[in-house]
Design a protein around this ligand. Structure first.
Ligand code: GLN
Length: 489
């Protein structure tokens, strides 16, 4: 095979591992070498532990030798966003507040990956506490987009997207509160899936906005996204919002579900602010579905215009409450300048949080304060219901919706940092999905004239991941965008 090991898919590698043509140790070494080679440019990792990864790989090889291989993820290196708890590993959320924090336990999704034999590989850069769309809010470093390292990889899971695009991991995990999996996936030319709210346990995911957060996979192909989702989905009594539902065989669904589908095009997603090259690529993808027998209908989601405002009320309200726990008493960081106990809270939070996190805490505290609660928070919750109703009405007519993932391709580092509103608008097509609790996937659907990836977003009904994956795969099988790689050599 001509493709280097680090650019093969988990599905391909799993076959080679089980045929005895490759060991996990060889695979992990190839990924480590690749990482060391390109990291000076990409800077996707906040930290990694080679010896630990190799030990996991050798354990996988030993299991396999004894005929006890655990399934398709056994021995496959999976990159982990630095917001998910792994026992004994740093858990910084790219924040000075947690700079020295080491996790005392495993997130449920991590426990599941361990049970599946996956090799947990590194801690991936992100916007501080997952707040941002460019990974520039990391307190520690700026990740480059592997397609043009002067540009941002998207965010907040920028490290998770960039490492998969650059061959520094085979697949990875990220989290998505308002687009943080799908938007960086689109900007880095990889597949990213945000599951339905409640499909994947949030236990061990550091909370940003608890009613919106979900953990999901990044991959270089739809089949790999299906495999990784399979590994992490399922009810968990430790997350009271995790849903009791039967988990289908997502990989089998790729073969079984063949369409043709009835696909809706929400007209509100094709208006002002949409980059012409993005629009052209997405319309091209829609045309492909039409030509291959799908029925394409225009639909309307009339409350879309309120989504950004509603999101930045609800998400900041929840964040202000979730981040109250970083008080200088717990979680390692403690200011040594404090005069008394109250001052300790102030000083520690002033020193530990970055600017964007502070902005969100202030906004969130404001919308929850007495006298404003009804006017902002309660009202936003009501509009949230209207946004969800729009989707549910659309799904009476269609199986799924097709939209651009991001209104623009990857922008230059520094281009939007001075203007929070411009940054917030990066998520205009992704946040409604979280407000409504729906699943969404972004897949590569083309490139701009200057070679930057473009993403197509497919949205479905709650718990329709199997359908989304099949619809995505249908496109992927007829195109090769997902097989193109950035030039980092
Ligand atoms: N960019 C959005 C925000 O800044 C979404 C982030 C996310 O999904 N974690 O809140």
């Amino acid at each position: 095979m001509s493709k280097p090991i680090y650019y093969q898919t988990a599905a391909e590698l799993a076959d080679q591992l089980s045929a005895g043509e490759l060991t996990s140790e060889e695979l992990v070494r190839a990924v480590i070498d690749r990482t060391k080679k390109v990291e000076p440019q990409v800077q996707a990792f906040l930290s990694f532990d080679e010896e630990d990864a190799l030990a996991q790989a050798r354990a996988s090889d030993a299991r396999r030798k004894e005929g006890k291989a655990l399934g398709p993820l056994d021995g496959i290196p999976v990159g982990i966003k630095d917001v998910l708890a792994v026992t004994g590993q740093p858990l910084t959320c790219a924040s000075r507040m947690l700079e020295k924090f080491v996790s005392p336990y495993d997130a449920t999704c991590i426990q599941k990956l361990k049970q599946a034999g996956a090799v947990l590989w590194g801690r991936l850069n992100m916007d501080e506490f997952a707040m941002g769309s460019s990974t520039e809010n990391s307190a520690f470093q700026q990740t480059g987009n592997p397609w043009d390292t002067d540009r941002i990889p998207g965010g907040s899971s920028g490290g998770s997207a960039a490492c998969v695009a650059a061959g520094e991991a085979i697949v990875s995990l990220g989290s998505d509160t308002g687009g943080s999996i799908r938007q960086p996936a689109a900007l880095c030319g990889v597949v990213g899936l945000k599951p339905s709210y409640g499909l994947v346990s949030r236990y061990g995911l550091v909370a940003f906005a608890s009613s919106l957060d979900q953990i999901g996979p990044f991959a270089r192909g739809v089949e790999d996204a299906a495999l990784l989702l399979q590994g992490i989905a399922g009810h968990d009594p430790r997350d009271s919002t995790s849903y009791k539902t039967e988990i289908p065989d997502y990989r089998a669904a790729l073969k079984e579900k063949k369409g043709p589908w009835k696909l809706g095009i929400p007209k509100e997603y094709f208006g002002e602010g949409l980059d012409p090259e993005v629009e052209k690529a997405v319309r091209g993808a829609i045309e492909f579905y039409r030509k291959s027998g799908c029925e394409i209908v225009e639909v309307s989601l009339p409350h879309t215009q309120y989504a950004v405002a509603v999101y930045y009320i609800i998400a900041t309200a929840e964040a202000s409450s979730n981040l109250a726990r970083y008080d200088g008493v717990r979680y390692t960081r403690r200011s040594d300048k404090a005069a008394d106990a109250i001052d300790l809270y102030f000083q520690t939070r002033a020193e530990g949080f970055g600017q964007e996190v502070k902005r969100r805490i202030i906004l969130g505290t404001y919308v929850l304060s007495s006298g404003y609660y009804d006017a902002y928070y309660l009202r936003a919750q009501k509009v949230r219901t209207l946004i969800r109703d729009d989707f549910m009405k659309a799904f009476e007519k269609v199986d799924a919706l097709l939209t651009p993932t991001s209104p623009v391709p990857a922008f230059k580092k520094g281009e939007r940092t001075a203007d929070p509103l411009a940054m917030y608008l990066s998520d205009i097509f992704t946040i409604s999905t979280n407000l409504a609790g729906l699943p969404g996937i972004s897949i590569p659907c083309g490139f701009t004239g200057s070679g930057l990836p473009i993403g197509l977003q497919i949205l479905g009904q709650p718990f329709a991941e199997a359908d989304l994956l099949a619809i995505a795969r249908h496109y992927e099988q007829a195109h090769d965008h997902h097989q193109q790689h950035p030039n980092l050599d």
